[in-house]
Design a protein around this ligand. Sequence first.
Ligand code: ATP
Length: 289
Amino acid sequence: FLKPIERINALMDMYPKGMAGFKRACELLDTEPDVSDDPMAVDVRRLRGDIEFRNVTFGYEGHTKVLHHVDLQVRAGEKIAIVGPSGAGKSTLCSLIPRFYEIEAGELLIDGLDIRRMTQRSLRSQIGFVQQDVFLFHGTIRENIAYGRLDASEADILESARHAHLEAFLEALPEGLETVIGERGLKLSGGQRQRLAIARMFLKNPPILILDEATSALDTETEQIIQRSLEELSRSRTTLIIAHRLATIRHADRIVVVTEDGISEEGSHDELLARRGVYARLHEAQFGG
Ligand code: ATP
């Protein structure tokens, strides 16, 4: 007789917390999204991946401008590294491509079409993000890799895991792909999380890739494996690498330097060193004279 009363007591404690959470969820659902689809927006099929910023200006709401009159062209399949001081706007520049924010002025075109004329869903399906914070949910490794392409076959998932050098890791797990990870599941190391994110991208196979290079410390061996997988992943895709360390970007086709004034320099590693400008100074700061 006492047990149910104790339970009711516990429920009475939980009720206000639950209601507060419910109200917050309702508020969130009521909020209008910042970016909405134009009624005439079209679903784009597989894009080639030519990206063009034409005189783009952008600032976060209530903040000063971050990007002023930016012009940048990235050819399909080209690999560019974006470098610059912290806070200059490297991540902001990349977050405009999937249209996470609305630009204030100018145009952003992919394959010659203004991204505002594409449905966000179809636009984002063409873009792969590999970020420092890998989003994993409570579920199996299989579900986490296939997130974004739920119709993937077993063979495709295994192939992606192989490209991301996850094979040995999976073999060591008694339940392999069916191992539950994330909250309340197996905790993965930073390197394993990154490789899982890379496997996801191999499976998604987007024509455009945005890599936010990890700053978190990984051991050298893991780092080399990840670098190799990323190089393989970026092959024949338009790739923008937000680079925090200059050592890893020498193989980019082009380096774009973003500063508070916008894009201040562009060129190869050697060209930019010879200019003795911002890039040369960043390089000196990281590697000495
Ligand atoms: P880092 O190398 O440190 O990652 P970054 O060059 O990528 O920096 P951004 O993250 O693009 O720079 O930030 C550019 C500016 O915009 C900064 O002044 C930052 O404080 C501001 N900023 C970034 N995100 C937001 C946001 N969601 N809301 C308001 N301001 C923001």
